[in-house]
Design a protein around this ligand. Sequence first.
Ligand SMILES: Cc1cc2nc3c(=O)[nH]c(=O)nc-3n(C[C@H](O)[C@H](O)[C@H](O)COP(=O)(O)OP(=O)(O)OC[C@H]3O[C@@H](n4cnc5c(N)ncnc54)[C@H](O)[C@@H]3O)c2cc1C
Length: 465
Amino acid sequence: MTVSRRTLLAGATGASVLALAACTPERPTPTPAPTTTPPVDPLRPVSIRRSDWTGDGFAQGATSFLPVGETPDRRDDLAAPVDDRLFFAGEATSRTAPSSLEGARESGERAAEELLALAEEGERIAVVGAGLAGAIAARRIRDAGFEVYVIEARERVGGRIRTVDGAGQQPDELGALWLREGRDDVLLAALEEAGVETELLPRTSVRAEDRELDAGTTAEAVEMLAGSVAAAAAEVAFDLPVSGALARLAPLDETPIGEGPSPREAAALLTDALGIDTGAEARRLSARYSLDERPTGDRKLSVGGLQRYVDLLLDGIDVLQSSAVTAVQREEASLGLRLGTGESLTVDRAVLTVPLGVLKSGGITFEPELPLTNRRGIAALAVGYLETVWVRYSEPVWTESAEAWSLVPTDGGALIRTWVNLQAVTGDPVLVGVLSGAEARRFAGLGEDEAIDVVVESLAPFLRG
Ligand SMILES: Cc1cc2nc3c(=O)[nH]c(=O)nc-3n(C[C@H](O)[C@H](O)[C@H](O)COP(=O)(O)OP(=O)(O)OC[C@H]3O[C@@H](n4cnc5c(N)ncnc54)[C@H](O)[C@@H]3O)c2cc1C
């Protein structure tokens, strides 16, 4: 439920309505419209629709990751409550499942529990940010009997969940799109209860430039290599990047192992997989910790619209949209939240769920400044990048039946190497590409014609010539 600014701000205590200079809100991203191409060449899609998290002022990136030399303790630093009034949630604060929906869910629960352990009857509580972490926290606080207001910068809820109508049976998920069996079971059960369907992606087809690789042998080779990288990282007293740990292994052979990849190809596939999970390049990722944080369960794709789950969580809760918080003022017995509109409100406690990128960019000022512990967490964690592209054909121009496709990275090769084949999942002739790190940023910066060219070039190994 959305609430009028009048209702919410009129409910604020008198002293809280401050006279403020107008602030410029950060740039939100418009709804990406599909780009339609003339169907001259059958290998060119009818339309594509891409995300732009790289240029999104209320996300400032896609994920959080541990760069070389940092430890998971920095996530606890970021999450440390301040003055028993200000609590932190969001995927970046999750030790167990960072950079994921599950991390957002788990952190929202944790922050709500921390707050509820201290809140007294009748207190006014705010949750800043209406992504999954904020929606979970708000639901938990509301269900405990408190008045809770959600303050959201965008004119929509969901944050890095971005479900838009697609032309086929399933909506397009421009942000998070799949969950992992095992790690994400609590969330998968909640989605099922909410009627949001997910479909398993059981088979992956892996192609190198010149041949198809056996999926089972490839998965085993990549797992073995991940073990070797972890062992190489554990052998040294200092942390090193994943690329550095790979370089410490004996020179990687280029001879394929049976029907599977060569060790060099396995290394390229491992760094790509880590990139998709973290949004980071191997040269930046901590070898010591990023392999531990790596999810391994089978993927389940959302085909029912993740947005619906967020809407259900927020049902009956007041959400003030288009209201970026620009400052958090800590008073002795309250918190002042200043909005980009020039308005403000006073609450007893708040949960802050804005993305790490927003905190790092100084999009919110803290008065007085945050304690050193929180600032250390914000400074130490790094922001990763992911982008998705939904590619629609009038009919399938591929014969591949596996649900997931993967391309071995090569120098100057395909930019988009991770694909989901919705034809195999829902019957729609739709392919979904996911990019990470520097390549995600590069793709986000392309014009529409260039982006379509990249899509077609990247898909070439799978499309009928
Ligand atoms: C392209 C992409 C693909 C992904 N794929 C997957 C995947 O397949 N599986 C998976 O598990 N995870 C995936 N993720 C990660 C997942 O989407 C996030 O971890 C999760 O959605 C984060 O939720 P959150 O609530 O922590 O943050 P957010 O969803 O970012 O919510 C934070 C909210 O705060 C709001 N906000 C920002 N600044 C302000 C402000 N100043 N004042 C008020 N509000 C503010 C934002 O608008 C936003 O609504 C993906 C992410 C991206 C971008």
